[in-house]
Design a protein around this ligand. Structure first.
Ligand code: SF4
Length: 402
């Protein structure tokens, strides 16, 4: 099967979950994760809708229809350090970047950048290609455009189809675009002389309000650059991951379900709820995380709070286990000895501060339920005619509470 090329969107998602070896290996091998998820019986409605795709293409074609003059005008109007008056269209070079294969296009892009920078002139590179080494393997990436300014600065331009309404856009979409632009900027930094030339401010071009007219906003990439750089460094090398996979393992969607599941299981995953927004295998990995009872399926924040308790069973044992009795005794009304209270808080099956917090939470919950039972009137007691009937939760609400 032809491998699927890694794009900046996938790289940004990979950088957001650097601990997931499964995604790293499948992406590195160019496996179609969408087809894989469907074959595993857990398809995810993931990615751009066809409507958004067509709309995005139409908008981009409109924005660049005049040879890029509109993009350069927006760049001058919205970014620092550019002349207030945009150059005439004839002053902007749009080099031909066509070449055979990604390696050829990457070389053409590098040459075009070097020539425009040396000439000190405006240039607009449309759909250039840059490469970035990810976990020991080269990935080829295609930004929407890169502008070269007469002062030698390179600006990444991202063209998106979501609107900027009254000067602001959906923060989640802007964040995703910034992460993508940061990946492109990192790839540009790897080029000879690129480190000092890439601007840490990208230009985001979107439709204005509900029209098809373009507008733009600068996007500060410094934070995304730092975090993406750090996360990509944390990725385990692909050859190290591949060494742990048995010989002959295949991720062929045509394989029988059990065989395919076993193949996918040979590579450990690191599921987090954020996967639902960024990875085609999310439903499969979520089901596995739930079956295994790991606290990872509850989110990174909960997992962090629980310290060394990694499974729901361990959490329940810590909350109701042997330490709970001691803690209850210490919290009893006649327990005045501070030392015994301290001992109770540190007692438990797991030597972890989270265990003491869980025991306390379990105790408070038990007290609340006991209080609820004592204050609720017996079912056979009729309410006096002159008083309002006591408020009581329905059996369903009580069950939900429990
Ligand atoms: S969904 Fe699975 S494979 Fe994808 S990033 Fe999450 S854990 Fe990794």
């Amino acid at each position: 099967m032809p491998p699927r090329p890694l794009d900046a969107r996938a790289l940004a998602a990979l950088a957001a979950n650097p601990g997931c070896r499964r995604r790293a290996l499948l992406d590195g091998a160019g496996v179609d994760k969408g087809a894989l998820a469907s074959a595993l019986g857990a398809p995810a409605a993931f990615g751009q809708s066809q409507f958004a795709f067509v709309r995005g293409n139409a908008f981009e074609a409109r924005v660049v229809a005049d040879g890029g003059a509109e993009l350069i005008r927006l760049l001058c109007a919205h970014t620092d350090g550019t002349p207030a008056t945009p150059p005439e269209p004839a002053e902007v070079t749009v080099p031909d970047l066509a070449a055979d294969g990604p390696a050829g296009r990457t070389a053409r892009t590098r040459i075009a950048l070097e020539e425009a920078t040396a000439a000190g002139r405006w240039a607009l590179l449309r759909h250039p290609m840059v490469s970035l080494e990810i976990a020991g393997s080269a990935a080829y990436l295609e930004p929407d455009a890169i502008a070269v300014r007469p002062d030698g600065g390179w600006t990444v331009i991202e063209i998106k189809s979501f609107p900027i309404l009254d000067g602001s856009a959906d923060p989640a979409k802007v964040g995703a675009a910034a992460r993508q632009a940061a990946v492109y900027a990192l790839a540009l930094e790897q080029l000879p002389g690129g480190a000092g030339r890439v601007r840490s401010e990208a230009l985001l071009v979107c439709p204005k309000d509900f029209s098809n007219l373009p507008t733009a906003a600068p996007v500060d990439l410094r934070k995304q650059l730092a975090s993406t750089r750090r996360q990509l460094k944390r990725l385990t090398r692909l050859d190290e991951i591949a060494d742990t996979v048995p010989d002959g393992t295949r991720f062929d969607p045509a394989l029988p379900g059990e065989e395919l599941t076993a193949a996918v299981d040979t590579v450990p995953a690191e599921y987090a709820p954020e996967c639902l927004a960024s990875c085609e295998l999310a439903f499969h990995c979520r089901a596995q995380a739930r079956t295994a009872g790991t606290v990872a399926s509850l989110g990174r924040a909960v997992r962090g709070e629980l310290g060394g308790l990694t499974t729901v069973d361990a959490v329940l044992t810590a909350a109701h286990g042997e330490g709970a009795d001691a803690a209850d005794a210490a919290d009893a009304p006649d327990a005045t000895d501070a030392a015994s209270a301290d001992a109770a808080d540190t007692a438990g099956p797991v030597d972890d501060p989270a265990a003491a917090a869980l025991r306390r939470a379990a105790r408070l919950r038990a007290e609340a339920l006991e209080h609820l039972e004592h204050t609720a009137p017996p079912a056979h007691t009729a309410a006096p005619a002159h008083t309002a009937p006591p408020v009581r939760q329905s059996p369903d609400a009580e069950a939900a509470c429990r």
